[in-house]
Ligand binder design. Structure first.
Ligand SMILES: O=C(O)c1cc(=O)[nH]c(=O)n1[C@@H]1O[C@H](COP(=O)(O)O)[C@@H](O)[C@H]1O
Length: 240
């Protein structure tokens, strides 16, 4: 089961986002990720605008707080009509379960489908050396990501965000009926920027990623629509 190649809308305001999206055919189905930058600047109306344009929305705010606070915040996000949202798996089992409960309550109160809850494992910018040095984690990166994914699944998440480098091991350990959404995607030869654990769209597809998240390789391209289509083509062709 393969999902979309999601465009990370990492721009600072609505005009910049829509001047990108308006370059696409209005009938082309797009999934757009709204992160902290746009949501904090523009508020929930950016979600409404994207839904009106017909986009699926991934609202990526990576909640990480005590269970009570996360549950109440997720109740608000559940009302917005987005398709995906995120917590940090490091918040723990009770926090993830509370996030799911809040999301379900908010979506039901608003009469909307419940968004998929995705738990961020170890950020794709983190190197194995940083995992050991900064987080005092004795596990390998793969073992740590697998442990967090198992915890997230047991707590009721629908999937994880992780690097494509761990997906094959995750599929073995956690199973196929879970979403493995992978940022850290770069075309062959492109700069990694601040990402540490990267792969091409084809390698991510072969490893078993369910969906991809791509920002700068599209946003900073001279022709963003062409860059998006080239990435989608590579992603689709390598799917098994
Ligand atoms: O949750 C995410 O989407 C996320 C998790 C992660 O571990 N790494 C990661 O890069 N992301 C997001 O994915 C996008 C990647 O952007 P680019 O590196 O520009 O392709 C950004 O919007 C990040 O916030």
């Amino acid at each position: 089961m393969y999902g979309p190649l999601m465009i990370a809308g990492d721009v600072s305001n609505r005009d910049d986002l829509f001047s990108l999206l308006n370059q696409f055919d209005p009938d082309e189905p797009l999934t757009v990720k709204i992160g902290m930058e746009l949501f904090y600047g523009q508020g929930p109306r950016i979600v409404r605008d994207l839904r009106q344009r017909g986009c699926d929305v991934f609202l990526d705010l990576k909640l990480h707080d005590i269970p009570h606070t996360v549950q109440r915040a997720m109740t608000q996000l559940g009302r917005l009509g987005v398709q995906y949202t995120t917590v940090h798996a490091l918040g723990g089992r009770r926090m993830i379960a509370a996030a799911k409960a809040g999301l379900v309550a908010g979506a039901h109160a608003a009469g909307r489908p419940v968004p998929k809850l995705l738990a961020v494992t170890e950020l794709t910018s983190v190197t194995p050396a940083e995992l050991a040095r900064d987080q005092h984690c004795q596990l390998s990166m793969t073992d740590q990501v697998v442990a967090l994914a198992q915890l997230a699944r047991d707590a009721g998440a629908d999937g994880v965000i992780t690097s494509p480098q761990e997906v094959a091991a995750l599929r073995q350990a956690v199973g196929p009926d879970f979403w493995y959404v992978t940022p850290g995607i770069r075309p062959a030869g492109a700069a990694a920027d601040d990402q540490a654990r990267t792969a091409t769209p084809a390698a991510a597809a072969r490893a078993g990623s369910t969906a991809l998240v791509v920002g700068r390789p599209i946003l900073q391209a001279a022709q963003p629509v062409d860059a998006y289509h080239a990435l989608v083509k590579e992603w689709n062709h390598a799917q098994q």
